[in-house]
Write a protein that binds this ligand. Structure first.
Ligand code: KIV
Ligand code: NA
Length: 265
């Protein structure tokens, strides 16, 4: 299978083909996801929750992400792999470059950071040093202790306008991909139209350029709390492979996410 590149992801956006993404943390699932046609994988700091059993992503370290990135890379040598930069590894541009370099050496193609205008200098520094950047706006789980909980973001006009402005600033600074989490469907559509970089949504409605889910969530393994935007694809498809293929198909043909998985306002 040919190596996925950022250019191919841009082309998909231009051709209005949906981009399919899942989190991955190990070699076996990474290999399966590539075989099922998943376009890109994220070594998410959600591993703090689903792999390590923490209550948030805050305890995850750079070494943790580097370890799981190396595992994913061994299972999927040609895949497009994004590695999350953990909590407090990008408080300054220099710190971000040092930690991101470790993730790139571990096998990442790109790093992802949570935040808006405050990260413009950091995104510039990373890209100037040859480290591709995926931005992340909307709900920022690393800031849960400031936000006071996991809530839908960008619901009022001022917050929505700010999100659009920050997406454009981050793109201008060099970001080549954007994840938006837990925002109303209309804002998901607006942000995808406002930038040329592909926008991947989670709880952001069907109009973004692609979708991502935490793999454990789409396999129905999250027993205690299921966010509205999650669908259990294993329930109707009998095998893990069947579930992943159904997810890929449903994202590509626009049937996932439906209104029942989206925030209308
Ligand atoms: O850590 C993660 O899994 C993520 C996705 C939910 C986008 O950041
Ligand atoms: Na994350």
């Amino acid at each position: 299978m040919a190596k996925t590149s950022i250019a191919q992801l841009f082309k998909k956006k231009q051709n209005q083909e949906k981009i399919t993404a899942l989190t991955a943390y190990d070699a076996t699932f990474a290999r399966l996801f590539v075989e099922c046609g998943v376009d890109l994988m994220l070594v998410g700091d959600s591993l703090g929750n689903v792999v390590q059993g923490h209550g948030s992503t805050v305890p995850v370290t750079n070494a943790d992400i580097a370890y799981h990135t190396a595992c994913v890379r061994r299972g999927a040598p040609t895949a497009f792999v994004i590695a999350d930069m953990p909590f407090m590894t990008y408080a300054s541009p220099q710190q971000a470059c040092d930690y991101a370099a470790e993730l790139m050496r571990a096998g990442a193609n790109m790093v992802k950071l949570e935040g808006g205008a405050r990260l413009v200098d950091t995104v510039q520094a990373l890209t100037a040093n040859g480290i591709p950047v995926c931005a992340h706006l909307g709900l920022l789980p690393q800031s849960v202790n400031v936000l006071g909980g996991y809530k839908v973001q960008g619901r009022d006009a001022a917050a929505a306008d700010l999100l659009i402005q920050e997406a454009q600033q981050l793109q201008q600074a060099g970001a080549q991909l954007l994840v938006v989490e837990c925002i109303p469907t209309a804002l998901g559509k607006r942000v995808a139209e406002a930038v040329s970089m592909p926008v991947i949504g989670i709880g952001a409605g069907p109009a973004t350029d692609g979708q991502i889910l935490v793999m454990h969530d789409m396999l129905g393994l999250n027993s205690d709390y299921l966010p509205k935007f999650v669908k259990n694809f294993l329930a109707d498809h009998g095998s893990i492979e069947g579930a992943v293929k159904a997810y890929v198909t449903d994202v590509q043909n626009g049937s996932f996410p439906g209104p029942e998985h989206s925030f209308e306002s």
